[in-house]
Write a protein of this length. Structure first.
Length: 380
């Protein structure tokens, strides 16, 4: 029997756009599915010479190209692959590009990777009503193409079934994966802090988030106002960029928190494991639409326990490790209390070894690739 050939249709290529969660998923699948007996090729947006890309991965357009050009180019590239490369399965990761795919030949299933409710996220962030309606229409069109669906959590399974009317027996839950060797704790906490220029003798929190409303960083800033009354020397580092950055910086200044809250902007890939490792805790203070929480897994892989809110798929990520890592509500006072209890040892917080072991067992890429392989086999 010949090896199944799966064509991954993604967004940006990870080495060119390291902040993309979809990019991390596509990159990981392209790297690890061959080890599970699936031949993989890929189409993404990016430059002509994609860094660190295998020959079978090419850019169909640049991310900055006009939308009609991207769609036309994607259709042309996919049609070429379908007609000449014995593709057995299409695996798109973004509703706009899923809706734009040419008709797949008979016997070629479309397994849609659902990364989040595109229209609902846009609505939450305050986009215009017509943009939200268009995105919803694109989603409905895209998901009508799907043979099966892969979601990152049972929370997203519920979302897809209840809001998009997809039958549950066509949905499979497969979490995201992490390149464990990249986050392996090779330096101690003190060495990591020295490398980053962070204080050696203060309790440190880090949050790695896109700075948009749904990620709840504003709630974490408010929580710092409560927390520093009990833990005066606490320090928070905020890693990430986004449209809310100016508002968040103004919030810090208005609450006189500049001495204990610092914005790092975008943290380069090679420094991200150090940032997790240097912290006592990472924080994922999401208030809406968090289907998984890849940053929580990266933190665990680095040996740093993540404190998360009970939103979407976040409790699924850490609940079996310790319920004390979950804040029942994103209210600043509750978040501050949970962080304080964790910092002073009044709650069950796993140590670095337990965090790392848990992450490797559940979320290493070979584990995730095997689960995706099983879904692809089911679809064909």
């Amino acid at each position: 029997m010949s090896m199944m050939h799966a064509l991954q249709v993604g967004m940006e290529w990870l080495p060119e756009s390291p902040g993309s969660g979809v990019g991390r998923m596509v990159h990981g699948l392209i790297r690890h599915l061959p080890g599970e007996g699936i031949r993989v090729s890929g189409l993404v947006t990016g430059t002509d010479n994609l860094p660190d890309a295998p020959p079978q991965v090419t850019a169909f357009a640049e991310a900055s190209d006009a939308l009609p050009m991207r769609i036309w180019s994607l259709r042309r590239h996919v049609q070429t692959r379908l007609s000449g490369c014995d593709v057995d399965l299409l695996a798109p990761h973004f509703p706009l590009y899923t809706a734009s795919l040419p008709e797949a030949p008979d016997g070629c299933p479309v397994v849609v990777h659902f990364h989040g409710p595109w229209a609902r996220e846009a609505d939450f962030e305050g986009e215009s009503a017509w943009k939200v309606r268009v995105k919803r229409w694109v989603e409905e069109w895209a998901y009508a193409r799907g043979t099966r669906f892969i979601v990152l959590s049972t929370a997203f399974c519920d979302e897809l079934a209840e809001r998009y009317d997809i039958a549950r027996d066509r949905i499979d839950v497969v979490p995201g994966g992490v390149q464990m060797d990249r986050f392996e704790p090779r330096r101690s906490v003190s060495e990591s802090r020295e490398r980053l220029g962070w204080p050696a003798d203060r309790p440190i929190l880090v949050t790695v988030r896109r700075l948009v409303k749904r990620t709840g960083v504003h709630r974490l800033i408010d929580a710092m106002g409560h927390l520093r009354k009990k833990v005066p020397d606490v320090q928070l580092y905020i890693a990430g960029t986004g449209p809310q950055q100016d508002n968040l910086q103004a919030r810090v200044e208005a609450r006189s928190l500049s001495g204990c809250v610092e914005f790092l902007d975008f943290v380069p890939e090679h420094l991200l494991p150090l940032a997790y490792r240097a912290a006592n805790l990472s924080v994922v203070p999401t208030i809406a639409h968090e289907g998984f929480g890849l940053v929580a897994i990266e933190s665990l892989a680095s040996g740093t326990p993540p404190v998360v809110t009970r939103v979407g798929g976040l409790p699924e990520v850490v609940g079996d490790l310790s319920e004390d890592l979950i804040v029942p509500d994103a209210a600043p006072a509750l978040l501050a209390d949970r962080l304080r209890f964790a910092l002073v040892g009044r709650s069950h917080i796993p140590d670095a070894r337990a965090c790392r072991k848990y992450a490797c067992k559940r979320y290493s890429w070979p584990v995730i690739a095997r689960q995706v392989h099983d879904v692809y086999q089911k679809a064909t």
